[in-house]
Design a binder for this molecule. Structure first.
Ligand SMILES: [Zn+2]
Length: 308
């Protein structure tokens, strides 16, 4: 079944066999049908003629873009895909020379791409976020070397390291009147409202994090928690674990600290639609779990609300 989350769609064969076999990996890298995508920070290169599809280079053209260190992503219908990190070699100027790839940020563009392309982009950005930061062994402090596939690292003492993911809970809290709790964080864009979220702490379950974060941020007490789904959010390395949840706390009993949260209110569906149409508030992009949770409660997408 296709995921309800834009960044969790697609059906890439991660092809662990080729990943772990240096000979097969080298052959896949040099093969005529290998394709290379380019990423930098949170963005990937799109086709200059059509931003609705990723730029996919053959091995020869990819050589200009650091393809020797490209990470093996896996196969789409048998075709091996690799990801080159071009963040160090993209021209850092306002006026880009001819031939500079057209980069588009994943968190605003993925809904334009096919499910498989969207997943390739998520994988490319996730793995290169890790590789850029993992320089020294966290056990002995020696420099580490990245495995040719890109999916593990090792120091000279044999300590192994793997890409890390940080779990975060995100929750759509409803009150007794089926209104949705939305909050505004002063670090977000002006007028941006969203559901609550927070990192799962060491030794904590995600469900406990839902209750703790909700109470810490708003003093609302969560009565019931229901699993909704997960998607990766590689900015830089979160896995969002989404829940529907219910509270009997009343709006007048909500308390916010004014620092992490500047406002928190329950919205009825009609109130939220009216404020969206009047431009009084915005919600996170379609790529986010927050958006999927809000749409799940609202019963229609923001685009549908705005059309009427
Ligand atoms: Zn070590």
């Amino acid at each position: 079944m296709e995921s309800q989350f834009v960044l969790a769609r697609g059906n890439i064969d991660r092809d662990e066999i080729t990943r772990n076999d240096p000979v097969a990996l080298g052959a896949a890298r040099r093969s005529a049908d290998a394709r290379f995508i380019l990423c930098a920070e949170n963005a990937v290169a799109v086709d200059p003629e059509d931003a609705g599809t990723l730029l996919k280079l053959g091995a020869k053209r990819a050589r200009e873009w650091n393809s020797r260190e490209a990470v093996y992503l896996g196969r789409v219908d048998g075709t091996p895909f690799f990801a080159c990190d071009v963040s160090e070699i993209l021209p850092d100027t306002d006026v880009k020379p001819a031939g500079t790839p057209m980069m588009r940020p994943l968190q605003y563009w993925a809904h334009e791409w096919s499910p498989d392309e969207s997943q390739l982009a998520v994988m490319a950005i996730s793995i290169h976020q890790w590789i850029r930061k993992v320089r020294f062994c966290s056990v002995c402090g020696n420099p580490i070397a990245i495995h040719p596939s890109g999916w593990q690292a090792q120091c000279e003492n044999g300590h192994q390291h793997f890409p890390r993911t940080d779990p975060a809970a995100i929750m759509a809290i409803r009150d007794a009147e089926d209104r949705l709790l939305l909050a505004h964080n002063p670090q977000w864009a002006a007028r941006r409202y969203s559901v609550l979220s927070g990192f799962v702490e060491a030794g904590e379950s995600a469900e406990a994090a839902v209750r703790r974060e909700t109470f810490e941020e708003t003093r609302a007490v969560v009565d019931r928690v229901e699993y909704f789904g997960t998607q990766p959010w590689p900015f830089p390395r979160s896995l969002m674990i989404a829940y529907r949840a219910w509270t009997s706390t009343k709006e007048e009993d909500l308390r916010i600290d004014g620092i992490e949260m500047a406002d928190a209110r329950f919205f009825s569906r009609e109130e939220l639609k009216a404020e969206l149409r009047r431009g009084k508030l915005t919600i996170p992009p379609r790529e986010s779990v927050a958006n999927a949770l809000i749409v799940d409660w609202l019963g229609e997408s923001v685009e549908e609300v705005m059309e009427r």
